[in-house]
Ligand binder design. Structure first.
Ligand code: AVJ
Length: 314
């Protein structure tokens, strides 16, 4: 079984990413570094914002369709959730489908224990078998799930952070991990008008701006950074050609700083690319499934067609 990343590994990983990312012609810091303690709390706040429709829309679809999903997948499955499932979505699914076991998989062993314990109290008698692993790599299932058929659960449009090439890799790795005759229930955001999308990633209260800028605070806190945070502004743009929202940190004036043992200078207007959030049409999502070893079975959206839940099988 994969071991949780030790603290010093995470620090080295972040330092390496900052050193290499800021040395590129287009500066980049991967989105996975958003989620330190402060960043995770800011993300929770984002999910409650009026402009950020994905979370509440997906919860709505799931509660409206849980019985239908249960009918299709049948009882007695082991539910493998990619991500630790601290959300309202997990109980909705588990209550509907009468699973044999629940396996949350998360890289943060601490977060995992907490959310698994909280969930277990709501489901007495359900074996809860947390796995501390990086789910972007293949990992071994707990032996205790035995031969129970498997249902993967990957809500929240988390896959959206990956470009199509990497997304198919991850979905193929899920197929390998889950095995033959498995199913996957995945939430994917849908491409839509620019106004709605850009507002969802640049809210009026500035919570998403704070989430993006927290990356710079994190560099200052953890990598001996000397960044003047006020020299940077949050920017979110819908890239229609590539089907993704992009987040950037833009230099508002010429600025210079040290970080991770290196010196960096940015002229006014230069930007650091911090996140892609890909959106899929129904047809694109079905093609994504088929090109990564899955067969589309059913999909559901809300009345306004803003977000989709897709059910696939091997
Ligand atoms: C957690 C990747 C699904 O892309 O909507 C929210 C992260 N970034 N607001 C998304 C995010 C800015 C979120 N995902």
């Amino acid at each position: 079984m994969a071991r949780p990343l030790a603290v010093h590994d995470q620090h080295d990983d972040f330092a390496d990413a900052v050193r290499t990312g800021l040395a590129q012609p287009q500066k980049v810091i991967p989105a996975r570094f958003f989620y330190d303690h402060a960043g995770s709390e800011l993300f929770e706040a984002i999910t409650d914002l009026p402009e950020y429709y994905p979370t509440r829309t997906e919860v709505g679809i799931l509660s409206a369709r849980a019985a239908e999903i249960a009918e299709l997948v049948g009882p007695g499955r082991a539910v493998i959730e990619f991500g630790s499932g601290s959300s309202a979505k997990t109980p909705l699914l588990l209550r509907a489908i009468a699973p044999a076991a629940y396996v949350p998989v998360d890289i943060s062993a601490e977060f995992l224990q907490q959310s698994a314990a909280a969930l277990a109290t709501g489901f007495p008698g359900l074996p809860v078998l947390p796995v501390a692993a990086d789910f972007t790599q293949p990992f071994r299932m707990p032996a205790a799930i035995g031969n129970a058929p498997r249902l993967g659960f990957f809500p929240g449009s988390t896959l959206g952070n990956l470009a199509p090439f990497a997304a198919t890799d991850l979905l193929r790795s899920f197929a390998a991990t889950l095995g033959d005759a498995s199913w996957l229930l995945i939430g994917l955001d849908i491409a839509k008008d620019r106004e709605t999308l850009e507002a969802a990633y640049d809210d009026a209260q500035g919570v998403t701006a704070a989430f993006n800028l927290n990356l710079l605070h994190r560099i200052n806190r953890e990598l001996g950074g000397t960044i003047a945070i006020e020299d940077f502004a949050h920017r979110a743009v819908w890239n229609a050609d590539l089907g993704r929202i992009e987040m950037h940190l833009v230099a508002r004036r010429d600025t210079a700083f040290d970080a991770a043992g290196q010196h960096f200078t940015l002229p006014e207007g230069e930007h650091i690319h911090t996140e892609n959030s890909y959106k899929w049409t129904r047809l694109e999502a079905r093609l994504l499934a088929r090109s990564s070893g899955w067969l589309p079975v059913a999909d559901w959206t809300d009345a306004d067609g803003r977000f989709a839940l897709h059910l696939w099988r091997r």
